[in-house]
Design a protein around this ligand. Structure first.
Ligand SMILES: Nc1ncnc2c1ncn2[C@@H]1O[C@H](COP(=O)(O)OP(=O)(O)OP(=O)(O)O)[C@@H](O)[C@H]1O
Ligand SMILES: [Mg+2]
Length: 450
């Protein structure tokens, strides 16, 4: 693994630089040398240095100053200080200023090599987690350059760093969850958990159990203690999706948790301190729910400190071209298909639709197109065939043809998803956006068998 790492040796004693270079080259590292602070900083700018061995005493500036400057230039360089006898106190100061480790002179080969190896292992991990982070950012990137979406992005940047509760509103499929995830990873809590609870999926008391957990013996069947999502989200973000569907009893407990920053497990007696940022989302009109007595007004005011309204896709049709291209390209790559593009007319066609299912609907359509259409350029009729535009005054023959095509497409599509998930029905149903029983019915109707 060592040949992938670049090491910069900084020492005013030329002899030491030469010896270290020889040892490290022999281990397969690529080495550079500098005899003073200015040259060291220069090398950091010029080369892609992973690790630096830095003498604490240099002719032009002391090692700690160099270290501080380097940390400003790049947070990716690891630094191991070299301290002479009597400079250990300085070395400790260096650790506080961001050095990874230090070794004392006289230098001993084994000690140098183990220290370097340990520090580089950390570098490797850091590189991986940075990669992971950039993958997450890419995965949840909010696409669009319409005025409306730019306003949403600005708002996210403005409020991500605050601690205020955020209510995200918008129709189904507009990207509310995406907004919540962006708020999280742009906040100071990014390294801590992001936990999503779908309040609509959990009826009555189940939601309380999910949110607050329970003590052993709290109810029949509670054989062990279980932490709730509030506890698991500690120091991070708790995303309460479909908050409008929460029972009134759960609402009052959530309100208390927000006001006191503490929760109690079901059947518990001790309050537990929690520090979570709560983000909520709903596609319902909470004011209506309040007037009907289904949502607590005091909770509404608590969660609605900051609010983001994500407009439906039909109100930002300028985003459609960019999104459709992106979704289509990604779907082709994900499904090992040759890259396809949309004809100008096809894009115009997409822009004329109303998209009741919003971005999710557009994304699914592009996934279908990537898998089902064989031409490199996708045209209106291809898209019409997969949408299966029913009510368009088609003749009986057209109708049958389209139905046939739809069935074929659907079969091929379902098969591809089944194969992709290794015939895992639950996963496949989820990817298709239908429930398991519907998938079984479709498989039967379309004669899909393994
Ligand atoms: N601006 C966008 N850029 C890229 N992808 C988007 C955008 N908006 C939504 N999506 C994608 O559309 C799908 C639906 O988005 P999301 O789940 O965030 O919507 P939602 O508003 O939470 O929907 P629901 O109310 O049904 O839960 C996701 O796959 C998401 O990645
Ligand atoms: Mg959602």
């Amino acid at each position: 693994m060592s040949d992938r790492f670049n090491i910069l040796i900084v020492d005013d004693e030329q002899k030491i630089c030469e010896i270290l270079s020889e040892i490290l080259d022999g281990e397969g590292y690529k080495t550079y040398t500098a005899y003073n602070g200015a040259d060291a900083l220069d090398s950091i700018r010029k080369y892609d240095i992973d690790l630096m061995l830095l003498d604490i005493k240099l002719p032009d500036m002391d090692g700690i100053t160099v270290l501080k400057k380097i940390k400003k230039l790049s947070s990716f360089v690891s630094v191991v200080m070299i301290s002479a006898f009597g400079t250990v106190a300085l070395a400790v100061e260096a650790l506080k200023s961001g050095a990874d480790d230090f070794i004392e002179k006289p230098l001993e080969t084994n000690r140098i090599l183990t220290t370097i190896k340990n520090v580089l292992e950390k570098v490797e991990l850091r590189k991986e987690s940075n990669l992971l982070k950039s993958e997450i950012i890419e995965k949840y990137r909010i696409l669009g350059d319409s005025l409306q979406i730019r306003k949403v992005l600005e708002l996210i940047d403005k409020i991500a760093l605050s601690t205020g509760l955020v209510l995200i509103r918008g129709e189904s499929g507009v990207g509310k969850e995406l907004v919540a995830r962006n708020l999280h990873f742009k906040s100071g809590r990014a390294a801590k958990p992001f936990i999503k609870v779908n309040c609509a999926a959990l009826p009555g008391e189940l939601i309380e159990n999910e949110l607050f957990g329970h003590e052993k013996g709290a109810f029949t069947g509670a054989y062990t203690r279980k932490s709730g999502q509030f506890e698991l989200a500690n120091n991070g973000t708790l995303f309460l999706d479909e908050v409008g569907d929460m029972s009134l009893q759960a609402q009052s407990k959530v309100l208390r948790a927000i006001e006191d920053n503490e929760i109690q497990r079901l059947g518990g007696t001790k309050p537990i301190k929690v520090d979570v940022r709560i983000i909520t989302a709903t596609n319902k009109n909470l004011q209506h729910l309040i007037s009907e007595g289904h949502f607590r007004e005091d909770l509404f005011h608590r969660i609605n400190v900051l609010s983001i309204n994500v407009p439906p896709l039909r109100q930002r049709k300028d985003d459609i071209t960019l999104m459709a291209d992106y979704f289509l390209k990604n779907a082709c790559i994900d499904n090992n298909q040759p890259l396809k593009t949309l004809s100008k007319k096809a894009i115009q066609f997409l822009k004329h639709q109303d998209w009741p299912g919003n971005v999710r609907e557009l994304k699914h359509l592009m996934e279908k197109a990537a898998i089902l259409i064989e031409d490199a350029i996708i045209d209106i009729d291809d898209i019409e065939a997969i949408i299966g535009k029913e009510e368009r005054g088609l003749t009986g023959v057209d109708r049958i043809e389209i139905d046939d095509a739809k069935k074929k497409f659907e079969k091929k599509y379902i098969l591809s998803i089944l194969n992709k998930t290794g015939w895992h029905i639950t996963k496949a149903a989820k990817m298709l956006g239908i429930d398991r029983s519907t998938l079984f019915r479709k498989m039967k109707k379309l004669c899909i068998r393994k």
